[in-house]
Design a binder for this molecule. Sequence first.
Ligand SMILES: [Mg+2]
Length: 130
Amino acid sequence: MRVLVVDDSKTMRRMIIKHLKQLGIPGIVEAADGREAIQEIVRLRKARSKLDLILTDWNMPTMTGLEFVKAVRQNGALKVPIIMITTNNTKQDVMAAIEAGIEGYITKPFTAETLRGKIIETLKKYHGLP
Ligand SMILES: [Mg+2]
């Protein structure tokens, strides 16, 4: 099980990673923006390492989360579910993210239950985990 955490805030990445570890997810990779995230994905593919889930922020320098989601979805070979975790919370934002190809949406600030619940739900749905 490998999860990619993308957020320009190191504090936020630490917090999300803490929850992933508490859920027993062993493989965690992180990136500070969309471009770094794509580099990580390329690196993982070269190493033939599977990626099971992406958690991404929206507002980031260099390449935003929305641009990143669109870039991942343009690559049809990569069928990994993506959850957007963001302060952007209007109906238009959610619709834009869904149109770009996300599987889940969490607004900041979120509770531990919301984060864990959405991660578990998504992993179950896409990977049939217990
Ligand atoms: Mg941000």
